[in-house]
Design a binder for this molecule. Structure first.
Ligand code: GUN
Ligand code: ZN
Length: 444
């Protein structure tokens, strides 16, 4: 066991669901192995309350620093690191002109491996310790990312991108082959240490009915595997799906019609929804990966927080690099705040929302972790938080990392003021260290 003394930030149990933070200015975090050898949180609280009980332990002290849960990125494209900042009039031309040409390069295992190393470096530098990521339609890209994640002990969930139509040569896959490759990759990687597999149809327009049906069958056959895709991001995309799948009630319903909505299914964007879509998310326990920098950059629209909370489905934050413009959770949380503020006709309320800083932070840690649904026998989520039993992934933040941050965080009178200073002014300079729970074999 080992103990860390610093300011401590963590969240109420996910089942309380409200994004309420706990903060100890002088806290003690105790970490040790659980029965299966995974490093988990053993105790968390004030130094004053816990130090006598753990006085036999080695204590690493971080004066003036804050320990917080490692961030969870619910949707990011590992092969799109080079695509960040590619201008286009919208999603579909952006895919065709920048994204598909770059993704073709991942056919080369050496390019995949080199990109995976850079990608995981970038995640850790930004304090991200758990990720639900897209690879490409080449199995070698999936293998490269899992191999790198295994080495670095990050919690990585990824999968082979399924596309059997409407994509260029070099990315398109035969239907049967794509499903066989998916099954072989599940067997090779799913549940190895902290690695998990996600069945990954890119989005409805690039899959035939046969491919979506096959993906849904695999999702039923492997119920603890994740599912990820995109939905209701862009109006041109939606019109296209309507033509391709006229029998489905809505774009989202297309996925349900093929058995692709359940717990551990995470759909990026979820912007252009009606209440029937929201109810379908809730009733199937499917969750949304809210991707604000991407949606602002590509002009896709604004996630309707008020609608999601009114109907009650799960969501968390995501960078969506390379549609998204930054790996930094601080940039993503700030963009989410802007989205809430924006009063769009029919969305939010007239004035726009002012999402609480604690809630923004929760969306990128404990809230996103709950979406991943990695739980113990009692149902407690084990990812994205620092409650006893949680995987001990955390960041050490230096709230004085820049002169302006030092000046501003010094003025904070409340926890929300402190968190908001970091959300508004922060970037990778705030992350002094990223500490990863040691990975030992355990089923995901
Ligand atoms: N829809 C289908 N593919 C993609 C992608 O790579 N990025 C985003 N933002 N949307 C998509
Ligand atoms: Zn995406």
């Amino acid at each position: 066991m080992k103990a860390y003394r610093a300011g401590l930030l963590w969240f109420a149990d996910a089942r309380e669901g409200v994004g309420k933070a706990h903060y100890e200015q002088d806290g003690l975090l105790v970490v040790g192995s659980d029965a299966s050898g995974v490093q988990v949180v053993q105790a968390i609280g004030s130094w004053q309350a816990l130090s006598a009980q753990f006085s036999h332990l080695e204590v690493e002290h971080f004066p003036g620093r804050i320990i917080a849960p490692g961030f969870v990125d619910l949707h990011v494209h590992f092969p799109q690191t080079n695509v960040i900042g590619s201008p286009a009039p919208g999603l579909l031309p952006w895919l065709e002109n920048y994204t598909f040409p770059e993704e073709k390069r991942f056919e080369d295992p050496a390019y995949s491996a080199q990109s995976a190393t850079f990608f995981v470096d970038e995640l850790l530098r930004n304090g991200i310790t758990s990720t639900l990521a897209f690879a490409t339609s080449h199995p070698q890209s999936v293998n490269a990312l899992f191999e790198e994640a295994q080495k670095r002990k990050i919690r990585m969930i990824t999968g082979l991108v399924l596309m059997d139509r409407h994509a260029p040569q070099g990315l398109i896959h035969g239907t049967a082959q794509s499903l066989q490759d998916t099954e072989a990759l599940i067997a090779r990687w799913h549940g190895k240490g902290r690695l998990g597999y996600a069945i990954t149809p890119r989005f409805a327009p690039t899959s035939t009915e046969a491919q979506l049906r096959g993906a849904g069958e695999l999702a039923a056959q492997y119920p603890d595997v994740w599912i990820q895709s995109h939905v209701a991001e862009n109006l041109d995309e939606i019109a296209w799906v309507r033509k391709l799948f006229p029998a489905s009630r809505s774009y989202l319903a297309t996925y349900n019609d093929f058995g692709l909505m359940r717990e551990r299914a995470v759909y990026a964007h979820c912007i252009h929804f009606d209440d029937a879509d929201r109810a379908l998310m809730r009733d199937t326990r499917t969750s949304a990966a809210v991707s604000p920098t991407s949606n602002l950059f590509l002009g896709s629209g604004f996630f309707d927080y008020a609608g999601a909370d009114r109907v009650g489905f799960g969501y968390g934050l995501a960078s969506d690099v390379g549609g998204g413009t930054s790996f930094s959770p601080f940039h993503t949380m700030l963009a989410a705040y802007y989205v809430g503020r924006t009063a769009v006709k029919g969305l939010q309320d007239k004035e726009g929302l002012s999402l609480a800083p604690q809630h923004l932070w929760w969306q990128h840690t404990a809230g996103a972790g709950a979406v991943l649904a990695v739980k113990d026998a009692t149902g407690q989520s084990l990812v994205g938080n620092l409650l006893p039993g949680c995987e001990a992934d955390f960041v050490v933040l230096n709230p004085k990392a820049t002169p302006l941050l030092a000046r501003k965080t010094d003025l904070a009178n409340t926890l929300d003021e402190l968190l908001f200073s970091m959300i508004v002014l922060g970037d990778d300079r705030l992350i002094e260290r990223t500490v990863i729970s040691q990975a030992f074999p355990r089923m995901a």
